[in-house]
Design a protein around this ligand. Structure first.
Ligand SMILES: *[C@@H]1O[C@H](CO)[C@@H](O)[C@H](O)[C@H]1NC(C)=O
Ligand SMILES: *[C@@H]1O[C@H](CO)[C@@H](O)[C@H](O)[C@H]1NC(C)=O
Length: 291
């Protein structure tokens, strides 16, 4: 395999197959999930890179990927069943039987009144199959990245935890001292201009937020109210957690959109060829390898 490091993350474990008939259905579902491992890997890498940016120590990809593990694990657990259901029986039906269990005239040819799950039918309706696979993966990701869900909360906890850990580590480090002196320099230059660089940013006294922060040691006691805004100041701990949370939220909001990008989509519409998530030649050949 070319994508050695992360591909196994997305090789979904086949779940128990319920009403589905035939190894063909299981194999095709797994082939599609396997094909999606690369675009999903790209989505997760892109999210990891952005998450790393909102954590002061900018952890490497491997580390940041562990914060996304709740999403990856949930995807692995659920993907097979979701994909199989979306394809069979929601669109393709294993055998070309009507409600009475009778094969209508014209079946199993592709244009028979029932969309059969025969290999020929799946090739015939390949653009539909391709869209179903994309749509299922897109909405699955969207659900996993939705605020309030279990997966979201666990990612948030990991990211806020990592950022907080950094912050504590830094508070006694030279980097922190430098940040603090930078802030003090800002204070001095602000004194000259006599105006705040960040009006209305909540630096004034009296807000609930500030009183929470006020319980922290006042390292910047020489400063005027206008200059308490630099984000690197240690009393901004609590604000930092909020910043990390809102930063993460906007990253998570992109997660399904990133899949669209990875697939070369230009909008969630069925007619879209999804050039990077088509695999048309290989998949048609694979589908037709089943009797
Ligand atoms: C997509 O799946 C088919 C069938 O398993 C396989 O032959 C093909 O190599 C896969 N393509 C990619 C890029 O994963
Ligand atoms: C796309 O997926 C959503 C969510 O699973 C589903 O409600 C919708 O019917 C799907 N659309 C198509 C065209 O399959």
């Amino acid at each position: 395999m070319r994508f050695t490091t992360l591909v196994p993350l997305f090789l979904a474990v086949p779940a128990t197959v319920f009403a589905c008939e035939g190894d063909c259905i299981v194999a095709i579902t797994n082939a599609i999930l396997g094909n999606y491992s690369r675009p999903l890997e790209n989505v997760m890498k892109s999210m990891a890179a952005q998450i790393s940016n909102i954590i002061p120590s900018h952890p490497d990809e491997q580390t940041t990927m562990t914060y996304l593990q709740p999403i990856i694990s949930a995807y692995q657990k659920e993907a097979y069943q979701g994909m199989e259901t979306a394809i069979f029986p929601n669109f393709f039906h294993g055998k070309c039987l009507d409600a009475q269990g009778i094969e209508p005239d014209g079946c199993p040819n592709p244009d028979c009144p029932i969309v059969c799950g025969t290999p020929g039918s799946m090739v015939h309706y390949y653009s539909k199959l391709r869209f179903i696979a994309f749509n299922e993966t897109y909405h699955h990701l969207e659900r996993l990245c939705t605020p309030g869900t279990d997966t979201y909360k666990r990612v948030e906890q990991a990211v806020v935890g990592a950022a907080g850990h950094d912050e504590r580590r830094r508070s006694s480090s030279r980097i922190y001292s430098r940040a603090l002196s930078n802030a003090v320099n800002v204070a001095h230059s602000n004194k000259g201009s006599g105006s705040s660089t960040a009006p209305g940013s909540g630096s004034g006294s009296g807000s609930g937020h500030d009183s929470a922060l006020g319980s922290r040691p006042k390292d910047h006691k020489t400063s005027t109210p206008e200059i308490s805004t630099p984000k690197m100041l240690v009393p901004i701990f609590l604000k930092r957690a909020d910043d990390v949370k809102s930063g993460l939220k906007s990253i998570m909001q992109q997660c399904h959109g990133l899949l669209e990008e990875a697939c070369g989509g230009d909008g969630v519409q069925e007619t879209n060829g999804l050039p990077e998530c088509s695999w048309e030649g290989a998949m048609k050949e694979y589908i037709l390898s089943f009797p």
